[in-house]
Design a protein. Structure first.
Length: 274
């Protein structure tokens, strides 16, 4: 019995199956022009899909499979990501330090910019192509092609870029491996004159405990820590929520909010909130 595929799904499959990037962009833009629910157009340049929405905002994206995230516009996507991490823009004032660990293409920085927040945004991204996109999307910010860890050194980096699941801890279905330079957050902040952090966002694909161990001094000077504790650690794909929560609660942090859908947690330093 033949499998029925709707005309709309057939067209989408044909578009996403187009190998040539320029041809894909032309087909994609023809499709979105006829489907008003899509609020973006796309071009391909310098290894990036350059997304432009109907409000005139732009962002560089690495993988075409992630374009649907921007279907309703770049601002909508950025707001959604800030909500996922429970980062309320009202938490942050001009000049506050926001550190984004596992920044990927820097969408948190884009979101803060679109909210009109002039924070000192510092992005750590060990993946080289993601780092390039992060720089492109946050040209006025500090973007570093480094991995955060519990010490300075070099480590193997397991790449799974297309689904944003690359990790410093070995996973079972990585695409390739590279060697990356790592640093401890305490060392980085001491070297760069950073005394306090307003928001530390951690998305390290399971390496969150090690990063916190390397931030023992700065944790006491951080007001909010937003962590993705999803089931992403190692081959066993375990959650880091127990280790992260126990570590932070012992250091005067309180769990303020938890999102079960993505398993993200927001902690607040009670010693700084009094």
């Amino acid at each position: 019995m033949p499998i029925f595929i709707s005309p709309k799904k057939f067209v989408k499959n044909r578009i996403w199956g187009t190998r040539d990037d320029s041809a894909f962009c032309r087909a994609f833009n023809l499709y979105t022009a006829k489907n008003k629910s899509w609020k973006i157009t796309v071009s391909f340049d310098d290894g990036f899909y350059r997304v432009t929405d109907t409000e005139g905002y732009e962002i560089a994206v690495l993988h075409r499979d992630r374009l649907p995230l921007y279907k309703r516009g770049i601002r909508h996507r950025a707001k959604s990501l800030l909500r996922d991490y429970m980062i309320d823009p009202s938490m942050i004032e001009a000049g506050d330090v926001v550190i984004d660990c596992g920044a990927n293409i820097g969408e948190i920085g884009v979101g803060l910019m679109l909210e009109g927040i002039t924070a000192r945004y510092i992005a750590f991204e060990p993946g080289l192509e993601e780092f390039r996109a992060c720089q492109t999307n946050n040209p006025a910010s500090e973007c570093l092609n480094l991995g955060l860890w519990n010490e300075d050194g070099t480590l193997t980096f397991y790449n799974k870029s297309d689904t944003a699941d690359s990790s410093l801890i070995e996973i079972s279905d990585y695409d390739s491996v590279t060697t990356v330079t790592t640093t401890a957050l305490d060392r980085f902040c001491a070297d760069h004159g950073i005394d306090t952090i307003k928001v530390l966002k951690l998305e390290a694909e399971g390496a969150e405990p090690e990063i916190l161990q390397g931030a023992e001094r700065m944790i006491a000077r951080t007001r909010f820590i937003a962590v993705d504790c999803g089931f992403e650690r190692g081959v066993a794909q375990t959650s880091t929520l127990p280790q992260v929560a126990n570590y932070l609660i012992k250091r005067d942090f309180e769990l303020k909010s938890l999102r079960k859908d993505r398993l993200t947690a927001l902690f607040e330093n009670t010693a700084l909130s009094r």
